[in-house]
Design a protein around this ligand. Structure first.
Ligand code: PGA
Length: 248
């Protein structure tokens, strides 16, 4: 049985005042039956990791460098994230693939670094609207999955997040059939490559998940949770999504 995961990606939002939102979330979900993860900006990781020490909310980074240390001004290593109290790191988010030109080979190297630092890598994949309209979705996500995921990946140290680029921050969500088709294809690709352990990987859906659509998305087979952007910023918005996942 895969334990479900509700993950929040705060992106470049939030200052220290937002610690109260996470404490409210902790208070509302003291013994959740699903895993809960918040990935704040790196500046907030130490404060949030400390504040959540005795709570069920895990803290993660949003990216890491592939190297352990060195002359890489502005970058943060997986080892540093772990040292700051993170247990997870998002890798290969489409905003980084698009804005920073990250390739699946880069994502693969970062995932290896995450594993070495004993962080769980949340590897993001997803097609653009043009790729979907051209009928290339399964090819694109299959190739991204293959090339981004290292052989060291297991259901313990790696989570896959399927995030159609055109659904992120747009309010547009694929049909439940479209989500189900991709998640089923990803599951087959994982079991083809990793054998029975392929069934242990959590596959999250991401892109405009909110309280009003969470339950129906979580009812789709092989959707093991969500990676949530905008609706993870406040406890008021994120809490009902966690509850919907618990009830799925
Ligand atoms: P969104 O972002 O929920 O705001 O669409 C999801 C993501 O980018 O992970």
């Amino acid at each position: 049985m895969r334990r479900k995961l509700a993950a929040g990606n705060w992106k470049m939002n939030g200052t220290l005042t937002r610690v109260t939102e996470v404490m409210a979330l902790c208070a509302a979900h003291q013994t959740p039956s699903v895993d809960v993860l918040i990935c704040p900006p790196a500046t907030l990781i130490p404060a949030l990791a400390t504040a959540t020490t005795d709570h069920a909310v895990a803290i993660g980074g949003q990216d890491c460098h592939a190297a352990v240390s060195g002359a890489h001004t502005g970058d943060i290593s997986a080892h540093m994230l772990a040292d700051a109290g993170a247990t997870h790191v998002i890798i290969g988010h489409s905003e980084r693939r698009a804005d920073r030109g990250e390739t699946s080979a880069d994502v693969h190297a970062k995932a290896l670094a995450a594993h070495t630092a004993t962080l769980t890598a949340v590897i993001c994949i997803g097609e653009t609207l043009a790729q979907r309209e051209a009928g290339e979705t399964l090819d694109v996500v299959g190739t991204q999955l293959r090339d981004s995921t290292p052989d060291s990946a297991t259901g313990e140290n790696t989570v896959i997040a399927y995030e159609p680029v055109w659904a992120i921050g747009t309010g547009k969500v694929p049909t439940l059939e479209q989500i189900g088709e991709v998640h089923a294809a990803l599951r087959i690709a994982l079991t083809d490559r990793f054998g029975a352990d392929g069934n242990a990987f959590r596959i999250l859906y991401g892109g405009s998940v909110k309280a009003s659509n969470a339950a129906e998305i979580f009812a789709v087979p092989d959707v093991d949770g969500a990676l949530v952007g905008g609706a993870s910023l406040t406890a008021e918005d994120f809490s009902p999504i966690i509850t919907a996942l618990e009830n799925a």
